[in-house]
Structure formats: structure tokens, C-alpha cells
Write a protein that binds this ligand. Structure first.
Ligand SMILES: Nc1nc2c(ncn2[C@@H]2O[C@H](COP(=O)(O)OP(=O)(O)OP(=O)(O)O)[C@@H](O)[C@H]2O)c(=O)[nH]1
Ligand SMILES: [Mg+2]
Length: 401
């Protein structure tokens, strides 16, 4: 008996391990804030080409409302030492914060996040679920704050205010090496004071959702307290690795004229804490909170406003067209944005091609909704026929009696 249980447990574990965890992280931050370098450092490989050249925008470009932000998606498979595989989707936001009016960028991000919720909403309401459906909800949004030595800028406040109810926002001070340790401490304090002052709904490690959870032990609560105090995570990224000639250890370092810094050194950077939080300790918490709180709130609000799931497709249609020119990715069969493999993820420069893909995707999406409605109608009609038959039989029996 014990052996059987042991075998089934092992089998279950093997099955769980075979299936990789799907996790989506969006990285938002001003142009040149180090987003690409961060993504490469997080995955320890070249995922996104970093911009080593500084692009100066002309005054005309700055006020041009057509200069848009892009959503660029890459997917990478990561595996930890215990064989757990993570299918990590990374959404980069090149062009964010480069315009005088950033409301368009905010809208594109909002629409993207909401559109993923709409997809789930429609999928959930189906009679027959699509077994190949891909959940593309954004589980975490890392918001990069430029290290100014001051608190938040107006743009930071507006972004966190408008997106915080929709997605888990984790604030990050990028390029932390440009501040001294005492400047960094002050910068963190000022940022957190602003977050409290404006009541910005960022991800709360100390939320009752996690700490009152039955699985939350002392250690988890302590870790959450520590992470809450660490916010905003101060990180530095690097595209360079260096092999220590003595130990042979390969480290990801920033190289300065006076020496090198290991970006994972806990004494000077929160990178390792953030990496562990994202990929190990809190991956499931981010996913659970997204599903059970953020998505549920969105669902209740949307169905409250719209009444019918069918109406959601109308809203979603508007969202898709708002995102149409901003998304770099390939639409797959089930309507989710599927990232091309990292190695062959060329940006779709041709906007017309992007629009055409979006239109095709939208058409498929609408057809799916129509098909579902038809199926539901047919099911109701079949039930009505069954009911009429039962009534007819009962009436006949009564007559006979
Ligand atoms: N000092 C310092 N420089 C960094 C850090 N991370 C990246 N950089 C440098 O900053 C420049 C911009 O970095 P990217 O990673 O390309 O920044 P980005 O936000 O992706 O930029 P865009 O895609 O152009 O918007 C590059 O020269 C990087 O080498 C960091 O932590 N500290
Ligand atoms: Mg970049």
C-alpha cells in the first residue's frame, strides 16, 4: 500500500515537473532605464539586445503623439536545480515615457492587461473549453524608477495609480550603482513616503491574503516582512560575465575603471532577492493574487457593467485595436499572443503586417464568441424540446389514468 502511494506521489511529482509553470513579467520603465539589461541579467542570457547608443529625441519627436511605445514579448524556458521548469514570458516596453504625453503608453498597457482578462472571461464561459488555451495574464509588472535621489515623478504616480488595481506592481530602482549607499537609502525612503502619501496600490508582501493563508508559517511571514521593508528593490544589471581566474566562478559583473561589481552581491544590490522572489519564493503568490483578487475584481466589475459575457467581446475589440500597432508578437490559434522563440524573435517592423495580424486575430476571436453563443442557443432549444416531450408524456399518462 505504502509503495503504491509512493509510486503515485512520485508519478504526480513527475507529471507536475513535466508541465512547466507559466509566468509572465512585464518590465516598464523610461527609455534607457536598463530594462533590457535587467531582462538579460534575470535570465542570465541574451534575450533582448540592449541599447548601448543613446538616442536623442528632437523636440518635434517629443511632442509627436504618434511616436508610440511597443510591447515586445519574449519567452524563455528556465529550470531550477530541482527540475522545476518555468516558461517565463517577458514583456518589454520600449518607447515608454519618451513622449511629452504618456497617456497613450498607459492606455496601451492597460488595454493589454485587460484584454488578457477578457480572454479568460470568455474562455471560462465556454461550454467546451479549449485545451490549448494559453493564459497570458501579466502576473507582475516591474516598474523601473529612475534613480534621481528624489521621490517619485508625476508619471510614476499616475502609472501606479492607474495600473495598480489591475496588476501586481513591484517598484524597482534601476541603475542603483549610480547612487551611493546613503543616497540609495534616502531614495528608497522618499519613494516609499510618496507611495504611502498617494496611497498607490503596489504589491503588498504583507497583505492578509498571504500572511493569513493556512500555509503561511513563521518563516514565510518573516520573509514577507523583510521584502516589504526592502521595497523598492534596488538593482543593477549587466550584459557582461567575468570568469574569476582563481576560483573559475563565472559572475555577472559591471566593469568600472577601478574594478568590478558582482550584480548579485546582496550587500550592494537587491537583485538576488528580487530574482528569488520572482522565480522561487513568490511565483505562486503572484499568480494566485492575480487570479483570485485582481482578476476576480475585474470580472465582477466588468460583468457588473456589461451584464453579458458576449458584451465583453465588444469592449475587447476596442482594446485590441488600441494595442494593434504596439504589439510585437505572433498571434496563435487560440487567440493568445504567443511569443516567438527567443532565438528567432525578430521585431515585426511592418505596421501594416501587425495590423493585419491583429485584424485576423480579432476576426477569429469574434467567430469564437459567435460559435459559443450558437452552441448555447442550441443547448437551450434541446432542453426546451426535452421539457415539451416530458409535458406531453405526463399529459398522456394523466388522460390514460
Ligand atoms: N550604470 C548602469 N548602467 C546600466 C545598468 N543597466 C543598464 N545600463 C546601461 O544603460 C544603457 C541602457 O540600458 P538598456 O538595458 O538598453 O536600457 P533600456 O531601458 O532597455 O533602453 P531602451 O530599450 O533604449 O529603452 C546601456 O548602456 C546599459 O549598459 C545599471 O544597472 N547601471
Ligand atoms: Mg531596451
Amino acid at each position: 500500500m505504502v509503495t503504491v502511494l509512493g509510486n503515485s506521489a512520485a508519478l504526480r511529482k513527475r507529471k507536475t515537473l513535466k508541465k512547466s509553470l507559466n509566468f509572465t513579467v512585464m518590465v516598464v520603465g523610461e527609455s534607457g532605464s536598463g530594462r533590457s539589461t535587467f531582462i538579460n541579467s534575470l535570465c542570465d542570457q541574451l534575450i533582448v539586445e540592449p541599447s548601448s547608443t543613446i538616442h536623442m529625441y528632437s523636440p518635434e519627436e517629443l511632442v509627436n503623439p504618434d511616436r508610440e511605445m511597443q510591447l515586445r514579448k519574449s519567452t524563455v524556458e528556465l529550470e531550477d536545480g530541482e527540475g522545476v521548469r518555468i516558461c517565463l514570458n517577458l514583456i518589454d516596453t520600449p518607447g515608454f515615457g519618451t513622449s511629452m504625453d504618456n497617456s497613450v503608453s498607459f492606455q496601451v498597457i492597460t488595454d493589454y492587461v485587460k484584454h488578457q482578462y477578457d480572454e479568460i472571461l470568455i474562455e471560462e464561459s465556454k461550454l467546451r473549453r479549449n485545451p490549448r488555451f494559453k493564459d497570458c495574464r501579466v502576473h507582475v509588472c516591474l516598474y523601473f524608477i529612475t534613480p534621481t535621489g528624489h521621490g517619485l515623478k508625476e508619471q510614476d504616480v499616475v502609472f501606479m495609480q492607474s495600473l495598480g488595481e489591475l496588476v501586481n506592481i513591484v517598484p524597482v530602482i534601476a541603475k542603483a550603482d549610480s547612487l551611493t549607499l546613503s543616497e540609495l537609502k534616502l531614495n528608497k525612503k522618499l519613494i516609499m513616503e510618496d507611495i504611502e502619501h498617494y496611497k498607490l496600490p503596489i504589491f503588498d508582501f504583507n497583505d492578509d491574503f498571504f500572511n493569513l493563508d493556512e500555509g503561511a508559517d513563521e518563516e514565510t511571514i518573516e520573509l514577507n516582512k523583510y521584502l516589504g521593508k526592502t521595497l523598492p528593490f534596488a538593482v543593477m544589471g549587466s550584459n557582461t560575465t567575468h570568469k574569476d581566474p582563481a576560483s573559475g566562478e563565472v559572475k555577472r559583473v559591471r566593469v568600472y575603471p577601478w574594478g568590478t561589481i558582482d550584480i548579485f552581491d546582496n550587500e550592494i544590490s537587491d537583485f538576488l532577492s528580487l530574482k528569488n522572489t520572482l522565480l522561487i519564493t513568490h511565483l505562486n503568490d503572484f499568480k494566485d493574487y492575480t487570479h483570485e483578487v485582481l482578476y476576480e475584481n475585474y470580472r465582477a466589475k466588468t460583468l457588473g457593467e456589461e451584464g453579458e459575457v458576449g458584451d465583453v467581446s465588444e469592449l475587447s475589440r476596442a482594446r485590441v485595436s488600441s494595442m494593434a500597432t504596439s504589439m510585437t508578437g505572433v498571434a496563435n490559434g487560440n487567440g493568445a499572443y504567443q511569443s516567438p522563440k527567443v532565438a528567432d524573435s525578430p521585431a515585426l517592423d511592418d505596421k501594416e503586417e501587425q495590423i493585419r495580424l491583429e485584424e485576423e486575430r480579432l476576426r477569429a476571436f469574434e467567430e469564437r464568441v459567435q460559435r459559443d453563443l450558437m452552441l448555447k442557443k442550441e443547448e437551450i432549444e434541446a432542453r426546451e424540446r426535452e421539457l415539451a416531450e416530458i409535458e406531453r408524456r405526463l399529459a398522456a399518462e394523466r388522460l390514460e389514468a
